[in-house]
Write a protein of this length. Structure first.
Length: 434
């Protein structure tokens, strides 16, 4: 590269870093300023800040390598068992998206465009630092990004079947054994019965605190805003599971106090919204923030970067080494409501469950432009929710701020519609109380 080209590249990199860090800092500031947060949020903000604003690698014990993962099908237990730390690299970054837009197919989803943008610039330590990336092939976008990532990093793909028959699970078990060998090769550590059990322990602890968090949210309505809950869940991508679990334990403690003092985030009965559809990845948190600015509250989240990402525990019915690997394969496929599976009736079941448990009054169906698998499922879900009398709105968006005003108008109208729907119900309840 000649000196002029070097200088041009340097200027481009500086511009990229400035835009990227400013955008992430702005969304973090908005999350921090949103009223009603429980005590104990700072470790989660700091984890997001470290990756997206300070541009540092994931914090971890000295000597541990990081393994990049995508989607919910790569078992973190196996990565911990190899002495490494998993970091989930699905991205919501607008600046990286604008670079990736010129790299991958025009109609690819923004999530993989952002991943491509970070890979292209080499400016994101969380990506550049990985000893291995594990990419479950769930959709065409993930398949093609795996090929692109392999230009600069060691990549292993995991074939995710379209169905969950026994034969599919068996195939996935075989793939996990191959992954195990690959992890041993890149980390230089052998995965033993003991280290695998410790991996289960680490993730199990985080899942226990998450189940407690979910239980507390059900105990008192309006206990926490969904935007804060989503910041907690997004930070899980960049924190070791035990560190994240401990931080969530402190938030749970603060939530218990709030319940004891009957201290909700609002005294008003704000419309309770469930967010479902394509992943909502930091810093692309514009939709939950818009809902809360428009006078609603995100009371439930069924996206894969939210509670769904860690909800299902691996159930061990046979405590041999093979039994534990089988538990991981089963957990990755059987309960997963990702739309990459052909038959996804379990997503409808899960949505109905969340609607009931969180007393949801309206559903926002988020579709990232180009995310066909979620778009396909919209019609069926709209019909199912319609039969329950739950209003649903499909919001398509991209990784930029150009659509914010249009989204705001639609979200405000949706919230107003729910309020209008509530008004006669309130009147009927008042009549009944006479
Ligand atoms: S919905 Fe499923 S397939 Fe899509 S990005 Fe999330 S985990 Fe991956
Ligand atoms: S499931 Fe949707 S958002 Fe996730 S990688 Fe595939 S196309 Fe992108």
């Amino acid at each position: 590269m000649d000196r002029d080209a070097d200088k041009r590249k340097e200027r481009q990199d500086r511009r990229f870093i400035k835009r990227e860090t400013q955008t992430a800092a702005k969304y973090l500031r908005r999350l921090r300023e949103l009223p009603g947060a429980p005590e104990g949020m700072e470790p989660f903000y700091q984890a997001l800040e470290r990756i997206y604003v300070q541009l540092q690698a994931v914090e971890r014990e000295a000597g541990r390598k990081t393994v990049g993962t995508y989607c919910v099908m790569t078992p973190p237990e196996l990565v911990y068992a190899a002495g490494a730390v998993p970091v989930k690299l699905c991205s919501g970054d607008y600046t990286a998206f604008s670079v990736g837009d010129g790299v991958v197919a025009r109609d690819a989803c923004p999530l993989v465009k952002a991943v491509a943008g970070f890979q292209q610039t080499g400016l994101m330590p969380a990506y550049a630092d990985c000893a291995l990336m594990v990419v479950p092939v769930t959709c065409d976008c993930k398949k093609k990004i795996a090929g692109l990532l392999a230009d600069q990093c060691e990549v292993m793909t995991l074939h995710v079947p379209a169905s969950r028959e026994d034969v599919d699970i068996e195939d996935f078990v075989t793939q996990l054994y191959v992954l195990m060998e690959k992890l041993e090769e890149v980390t230089g550590s052998r995965i033993s019965y003991q280290s695998l059990a410790e991996g289960f322990g680490k993730v199990g602890y985080a899942q226990y605190e998450l189940s407690e968090f979910i239980r507390l949210k059900k105990e008192m309505l309006y206990l926490i805003r969904g935007s804060h809950a989503m910041a907690i869940m997004n930070a899980a991508s960049y924190m070791p599971a035990d560190v994240w679990g401990e931080a969530l334990g402190a938030v749970n403690q603060s939530l218990r106090k709030k319940i004891a003092q009957k201290e909700a985030v609002t005294s008003k009965k704000l419309p309770r919204i469930l967010l479902t559809g394509s992943p909502v990845v930091f810093p692309n948190v514009k939709i939950p923030l818009l809902v809360e600015e428009a006078g609603g509250i995100v009371a439930g989240d069924e996206t894969c970067m939210g509670e769904r990402g860690m909800w299902d525990p691996a159930v061990i019915t046979d405590d041999s080494f093979d039994g534990m690997i089988r538990a991981l394969a089963n957990r990755a496929l059987r309960p997963c409501p990702c739309p990459s599976f052909a038959d996804n009736a379990r997503r409808i079941y899960r949505l109905k469950q969340l609607i009931q448990e969180n007393r949801i009054q309206g559903v926002i169906y988020h579709v990232l432009r180009g995310c066909l698998v979620y778009d396909y499922e919209y019609k069926r879900i709209e019909e199912e929710l319609g039969s329950l009398g739950i209003p649903v709105i499909r919001l398509e968006s991209d990784y930029n701020e150009e659509d914010i005003e249009q989204l705001r108008i639609r979200i405000e109208a949706f919230i107003e519609l729910i309020k209008l729907k509530q008004a006669p119900e309130k009147a009927r309840a008042a009549e009944r109380s006479f």
